[in-house]
Design a protein around this ligand. Structure first.
Ligand SMILES: Cc1cc2nc3c(=O)[nH]c(=O)nc-3n(C[C@H](O)[C@H](O)[C@H](O)COP(=O)(O)O)c2cc1C
Length: 322
């Protein structure tokens, strides 16, 4: 594909874009796909909606969650701890917090903020490391644990190595053992096909995150495009379906929820506010997203977060819904 896709990032030059905007950036495809989705209006009998969302048996104020970020405490040389700062925002907003590859020490500091947090662990080649990080998370009050199964490949045609630690394959049998080894709900993060969704279900996962990890796989399909098929395939299974990638405002969140997600994570959409203004920047950003989501629900007659309806969505010509 040679055509250049212009980055939709509206922020000032020099800040980190939500997508690189390159045609070969799988996340750019996701942005373009989301922008092709239009909504019809259903205002008669519509009233202000309730955003309360139950996830893993706990009630949260919104279906918009934090992302599973990592490594941010290394960004600044000013001693700031953005990993904790966005956890503080999650607590204030009463939304579910997520954290990616971090040390046990950092996970403990995040948990100490009081934010209800899911810990996502890398698919380490050394499985003992996965078990021990899961056990640590369980002891420190994590709400759920999981593995980002989409972070297997490096760009050199081998399993990736992160911070000097080798990653490895995730077999269905491995997932089954991880899920069985913890009392907590177990999440497979990085599902981009019905094929993997069914394998995750069969392995005993309580939830999946439909995601390509902001474009790890070259030319990956937009995660939101596969949501309806995954929703249908997992119907009646009890497996919760989350989604992320390019969710940058409340309208994006609305579309992903209408397409079948039970909840969504904003990703790099919080990065600039977080790095510039800390917790307050994240609280302001997600508060605005909640307002935009509420506005969309009010325009389309959706009263609560269990009543999203894909039939309000229309695709611009040439795009398909399933
Ligand atoms: C700085 C940074 C660190 C990340 N670290 C992890 C990680 O350790 N584990 C993980 O599963 N995902 C990680 N992600 C991916 C996010 O959880 C999420 O899938 C992705 O950012 C969503 O796409 P978006 O940024 O376009 O919204 C990271 C993303 C960023 C930007």
């Amino acid at each position: 594909m040679s055509e250049e896709i212009k980055s939709p990032w509206p922020g000032p030059a020099g800040l980190i874009p939500v997508t690189g905007g390159r045609a070969d950036d799988a996340n750019a495809h996701n942005r373009v796909y989301l922008d092709q989705i239009l909504v019809e209006m259903r205002v008669i009998d519509s009233v202000l909606p309730d955003l309360t969302t139950e996830i893993f048996g706990e009630k949260f104020a919104s279906p918009i969650m934090m992302p599973a970020f990592s490594h941010l405490d290394k960004v600044g040389e000013d001693g700031r701890t953005p990993m904790e700062e966005y956890a503080v925002a999650a607590k204030e907003l009463n939304v579910l917090n997520w954290v990616g590859m971090e040390s046990n020490e950092t996970f403990a500091a995040i948990a100490a903020t009081g934010a209800k947090t899911v810990r996502i662990i890398k698919p380490f080649a050394d499985h003992e490391r996965i078990y021990s990080e899961m056990a640590f998370a369980e002891c420190h009050g994590a709400v759920a644990v999981g593995v980002d199964i989409d972070h297997i490949a490096g760009t050199d045609g081998n399993y990736d190595v992160v911070d000097g630690i080798p990653l490895g394959p995730v077999l269905g049998e491995d997932l089954r053992k991880y899920a069985a080894s913890t009392k907590l709900p177990f999440v497979a993060k990085g599902v981009l096909s019905v094929h993997d969704a069914l394998k995750a279900r069969d392995a005993g996962c309580s939830a999946i995150v439909v995601s390509h990890h902001h474009g790890r796989i070259p030319f990956g399909i937009p995660p939101v495009s596969v949501l309806p098929a995954i929703r249908k395939a997992l119907e009646g299974s009890g497996v919760a379906i989350f989604a992320d990638c390019s969710i940058d405002d409340g309208r994006d969140a609305y579309k992903a929820l209408a397409l079948g997600a039970d909840a969504v994570s904003v990703g790099r959409g919080i990065l600039n506010p977080l790095l510039k203004e800390g917790s307050k920047g994240v609280v302001d950003k997600v508060t605005r997203m909640n307002q935009e989501l509420t506005e969309m629900m009010l325009y389309t007659g959706i009263r609560d977060t269990s009543s999203f309806d894909p039939t309000v969505l229309h695709f611009k010509e040439g795009m398909r819904i399933d």
